[in-house]
Design a protein around this ligand. Structure first.
Ligand SMILES: [Zn+2]
Length: 302
């Protein structure tokens, strides 16, 4: 399964039973935590997230609504006896913040944390079937979006055709990488005669807090699922710009420009008690839009 579960969909304040930003991305046996606002581990309990399977945590920026839940989570891992290493990708200062908290409380964690400072765009995690990379978004302090990209699968072999052309099994692996087969008589058996076309891999783009910036669309081109913040409704464009945030219509314009498969909007301002207007405004520009609802899981790619 390649999917994302929303744990927090609100902006700065926890209000209206909504929580600051946190999401869990699933890919096969991997669980990735994206941002960790206050209350994240409480939300993990509520939605039965298997937190011990998380190896990689990505923090977009150092506004509190995106990482104030982290000290609690790291401490709980220790109390629960975690021994597996943990990687935290974030702007550089997070390491100092966490280390001073651990020092002040004389806490020695039973597991290792590898802090990886994000300072430029590029690949952060390269696993067998998936990569995670970061791209800059445009906020009041350095802020990063994250792209989860499934690697292209090897070609599938067509058993009947393999028999028909008498291809030796020792050559199967090379067929999967796209090679043609050459018979003893020097005849070429084209790879496409022997294999089935594979679907391209899926991708999830997480655009953290950002002002409307069209260059972001280029960085998330053709994402199957695009998450974009929509802190305000469209009548608050000026306020959004002055706070370096986006509106629902602006999030939808980015999805349209990026030719995304589907748009998910979140990071709603606490000034809004209900969210219906967000999705109405966004769908007027990009019909395949959903609200990021806490506890809901959205399929990225089947
Ligand atoms: Zn925020």
């Amino acid at each position: 399964m390649f999917a994302v579960t929303i744990l927090g969909n609100n902006s700065a304040l926890p209000m209206h039973d909504r929580h600051p930003t946190a999401q869990v991305v699933y890919y096969d046996e991997h669980l990735f935590l994206v941002d960790c606002g206050e209350g994240t581990q409480i939300q993990m309990n509520r939605y039965k997230i298997r937190r011990n399977r998380i190896r990689y945590i990505f923090i977009s920026h150092l506004h509190g609504d995106h990482y104030f839940g982290l000290p609690g989570l790291l401490t709980s891992y220790g109390l629960n006896g975690r021994t597996e290493d943990l990687w935290i990708f974030s702007p550089p200062l997070l390491r100092d913040i966490i280390e001073i908290q651990l020092t002040a409380s004389d806490t020695v964690l039973p597991y290792a944390i590898h802090f990886v400072a994000i300072e430029k765009e590029g690949i952060l995690v390269d696993e067998k079937k998936i990569t995670v990379s970061c791209f800059a978004v445009n906020h009041r302090i350095p802020c990063w979006g994250f792209m989860f990209k499934e690697k292209e699968k090897p070609l599938k072999l067509d058993a009947e055709k393999l028999r028909q052309y008498a291809i030796p099994s020792s050559f199967y692996l090379r067929l999967k990488t796209g090679e043609d087969y050459i018979t003893k008589d020097g005849e070429i058996v084209k790879n496409e005669w022997l294999t089935r076309p594979v679907e391209p891999g899926g991708s999830y783009a997480y655009c953290a807090d950002t002002v409307y910036d069209e260059s972001i669309a280029d960085k998330c081109k053709t994402a199957d699922l695009l998450y974009h913040e929509a802190t305000y409704l469209d009548d608050q464009k000026e306020k959004a710009a002055s706070r370096m945030h986006s509106t629902s219509g602006q999030a939808a314009a980015i999805a349209l420009k990026a030719n995304a498969g589907k748009l998910l909007i979140g990071h709603f301002s606490s000034r809004y008690e209900t969210l219906d207007d967000f999705v109405t405004e966004a769908r007027a520009v990009f019909p395949n839009t959903d609200l990021a609802i806490e506890g809901a899981t959205y399929i990225i790619h089947k």
